[in-house]
Write a protein that binds this ligand. Structure first.
Ligand SMILES: [Zn+2]
Length: 344
């Protein structure tokens, strides 16, 4: 079937190959009815699963959790996170120094885990925060192997033979604030790489890096849960539904995804591996605070540090425009994010 557009006209779509047509095999996946300026979503565009099974920490719920068809645009999207009873197991496989454009450097930590096969990352600022799983000695490991996987102190330099000794003249300074800044950042290809002005993800990542550089300490946990956990393909479908007049929450619900499918157990486990038990969390999302603290309060959020868009502070360099304003407005009004409304 073709979608009903706002003005009631019917758009013609190119023929859909029969192997993509799930309407025969999934008769109960009726699309939501058109309401207001929403559009019907043809079953052939709905995912067979509620969210991609590979999305970290999420499961594919049964049909009973599908969104109601009649009030999608009014649903409150604030959902308390389901905390796993047990944290995932994570292991830092390798770490490397990355000199930053514009000065300074970070240590990029690559993690594997026991719940998905994605390469989640921790971007560590400063020399104080270290990974326990990376530093743990491995059986029959040579010093060269240790240094190659990044389990060294200080900096590498030509001719270095020991992973333990600091490089000449190097002293690790304790940070001024012993409670580090932490940002839990979910991958956003469009906002970070494709210059999208639909969201402020790239700006938030840059701002987190700026603040952590100033303090000389901090961690950005970079989770590979694109599109609030629904994956890039579904996110792009949601963008098209947004262009047809729906906000970000409604677009996800129309595709039978939760408004926000992300989970944070991996982030908690990574922070634990980095030896952090108390953090200052950079976020506007109150749900993230509870989620990151973990099922048994493995991590304590001592302070929530708000992330106010640069444009709202009258500063240059941030994302601005009607589309990002609508994106933020939906976060405030439908997802409970703690930002000053400023009349949006
Ligand atoms: Zn984004």
């Amino acid at each position: 079937m073709a979608p009903q557009i706002n003005d009631g006209t019917t758009a013609s779509l190119p023929p859909v190959p029969s192997f993509q047509d799930q309407s025969q095999t999934q008769p109960s996946l009726d699309p939501p009815e058109a309401k207001g300026n929403q559009v019907d979503v043809p079953p052939c565009l709905l995912s067979p699963a509620f969210t991609p099974p590979s999305t970290p920490g999420t499961r594919t719920p049964g049909r009973s959790t599908e969104p109601a068809t009649s009030s999608v645009s009014e649903q409150n999207a604030v959902v308390q996170p389901t905390l796993l009873e047990e944290l995932p197991k994570v292991k830092c496989q390798v770490r490397a120094r990355i000199p930053r454009n514009g000065g300074g450097e970070i240590f990029l930590h690559l993690y594997t885990n026991n719940i998905d096969n994605k390469e989640h990352l921790a971007i560590v600022f400063g020399d104080v925060i270290r990974s326990k799983s990376l530093d743990a000695p491995q059986e029959n490991e040579t010093e060269m192997v240790r240094m190659t996987r990044g389990a060294y102190t200080g900096r590498l330099y030509p001719g270095r033979t020991s992973s333990a000794a600091l490089s000449p003249n190097q002293v690790v300074q304790p940070p001024e604030n012993p409670i580090p800044l932490v940002r839990i950042h979910s991958e956003c290809y469009t906002g970070e790489t494709a210059w999208s002005a639909r969201c402020d993800c790239g700006e938030q990542l840059d701002e987190a890096a700026r603040l952590m550089t100033l303090e000389g300490n901090g961690v950005v946990v970079y989770l590979r849960q694109e599109g609030r956990g629904i994956g890039l393909a579904e996110k792009l479908k949601a963008y098209n539904l947004q262009d047809l007049g729906n906000d970000t929450v409604t677009a996800n619900l129309l595709l039978r995804h939760p408004a926000d499918a992300r989970s944070y157990g991996l982030a908690t486990a990574i922070l634990q591996d980095l030896g952090l038990s108390m953090i200052r969390l950079l976020t506007n999302n109150p749900i993230k605070v509870a989620a990151v603290e973990g099922p048994n309060k493995e991590i304590k959020v001592a302070e929530r540090v708000p992330m106010v868009p640069l444009a709202w502070k009258g500063l240059k360099g941030g994302v601005s425009g009607e589309e990002v304003d609508n994106y933020l407005k939906t976060k405030i009004h439908r997802m409970g994010h703690l930002l000053p409304d400023l009349g949006l």
